[in-house]
Design a protein around this ligand. Structure first.
Ligand code: SAH
Length: 392
């Protein structure tokens, strides 16, 4: 690993963004690997099994393609940054090591324009003021960076909106779209459901392993493009599809992983609880003209248990949220004719809890590869391959 990645973040004592922000990258990787090794050593079954070495980021800096800035005042000057972890103090974040640099510059650009446009900044305590947050999302499309900017305001009127849009896009021509989000509520949620597209189509499109995925203001999308590419490629390799398999993409989000399997599967069924993610998946399916993918809005456990052991799938891909899956979901898979499970997790503790149930149910853990999708933080992604060895 290159020694230049020292991670000497200028905000390490203030900003609540990352917890490993003053630990050299090599050390961060060692810590994550050690944690994974310790957890996997507790699993029943083959005691000689070891997870692979962690897949490091090619460059651990400036990977975050979703960047959020809070606007505020410091000595009557407008600043933008993040709240510190233990208080409600706004830290003026100017040189974040993990945020996309263009996205950070756009957020600073909005703060700079606020003065000349005479925009007031929202005061959380008094509940007064106009500008609140800026959220920037970044996509790579045909080799170029494209940005979606979301301006969050606490007031219903947006004075001189068109001039503001002109000024911001003149300064940052890579802005593809701007969305105005009106959020007057006292809540920690950055966005409300009240979106108005004020420039461009309201979304950006990211090229990912030959497919194209739309990202709108509130859609879920992996925050590290390079890490996601590695993770999705590994999931494809683990699934080892031949073109004949019926695949279940459980907890599918906007359908990325499942759609990337479609060219090698007979059919892929995505199951997702969040309605807006399902709408995004339907949009992505059309965008990519995929015929053998369908997405259902349902609870993954309810969906699979309702099948009552019907022989519906050969391979299961699952990428649950941090809480992991459920014993009932795993039990239904174990009792079915599914031969292969690719389990992707962003929480090693719940992953190992769930793997234990798969192993008890007759599955064998073949591979576990940690991927460092979140340098600077303690988070780590793990991609696992499980195979059913007993004959059905
Ligand atoms: N595979 C996706 C990310 C999935 S994140 C990608 O790489 O883009 C986990 C997803 O599980 C979220 O979209 C969340 O809405 C969904 N989810 C959470 N609980 C669920 C449940 N009980 N049933 C189905 N989906 C669920």
């Amino acid at each position: 690993m290159d020694e230049k990645y020292v991670f000497d973040c200028p905000h390490s004592s203030g900003c609540g963004g990352c917890s490993y922000n003053n630990i050299a990258y090599e050390k961060q990787l060692e810590k994550k690997e050690g944690r994974i090794r310790g957890l996997f050593a507790q699993l029943p079954g083959d005691k000689s099994f070891k997870p692979d070495r962690i897949v490091a980021a090619a460059c651990p800096y400036h990977y975050r393609n979703k960047v959020h800035g809070v606007l505020g005042y410091r000595r009557s000057k407008i600043i933008c940054g993040l709240y510190s972890e233990d208080s409600h103090k706004l830290v003026n974040v100017t040189d974040c090591l993990i945020e996309d640099e263009v996205a950070s510059a756009v957020i600073a650009g909005v703060a700079e324009l606020a003065g000349p446009f005479k925009y007031t900044i929202f005061d959380e305590d008094k509940g007064r003021g106009f500008l609140r947050h800026v959220l920037v999302r970044v996509a790579h499309s045909r080799g170029e960076k494209k940005l979606l900017v979301v301006i969050v305001t606490a007031l219903k009127e947006f004075p001189r909106k068109n001039d503001f849009v002109k000024a911001l896009t003149a300064k940052f021509p890579m802005i593809e779209s701007i969305v105005w989000n009106y959020n007057p509520r006292r809540t920690s949620m950055v966005l409300s459901d009240n979106n108005t597209v004020i420039y461009g189509p309201g979304y950006i499109v990211d090229d990912m392993l030959g497919l194209r995925f739309a990202i709108s203001a509130g859609s879920f999308y992996q925050v590290n493009h390079e890490g996601a590419e590695k993770m999705y490629s590994l999931a494809r390799e683990f699934a080892g599809l031949t073109g004949k398999e019926r695949v279940l993409d459980a907890y599918c989000g906007t359908g990325t992983i499942g759609m990337l399997m479609c060219d090698r599967a007979e059919s892929v069924t995505g199951v997702e609880l969040n309605e807006s993610a399902v709408r995004d998946a339907v949009f992505n399916k059309k965008l990519n003209k995929i015929k053998n993918y369908r997405v259902l809005c349902a609870d993954a456990t309810k969906y699979i248990t309702d099948l009552r052991g019907k022989d519906a799938f050969d391979v299961v891909i699952m990428d649950p949220p941090r809480a992991g899956s459920t014993p009932a979901f795993i039990d239904a898979v174990v009792r079915s004719k599914v031969r292969k499970v690719v389990y992707i997790s962003c929480n090693p503790e719940t992953l190992v809890r769930d793997l234990r149930l798969f192993i008890k149910g007759g599955f064998v853990l073949k591979k576990a590869v940690p991927i460092d999708m979140f340098p600077g933080t303690s988070h780590v992604e793990v991609c696992c391959l499980l195979e059913q060895l007993k004959s059905c």
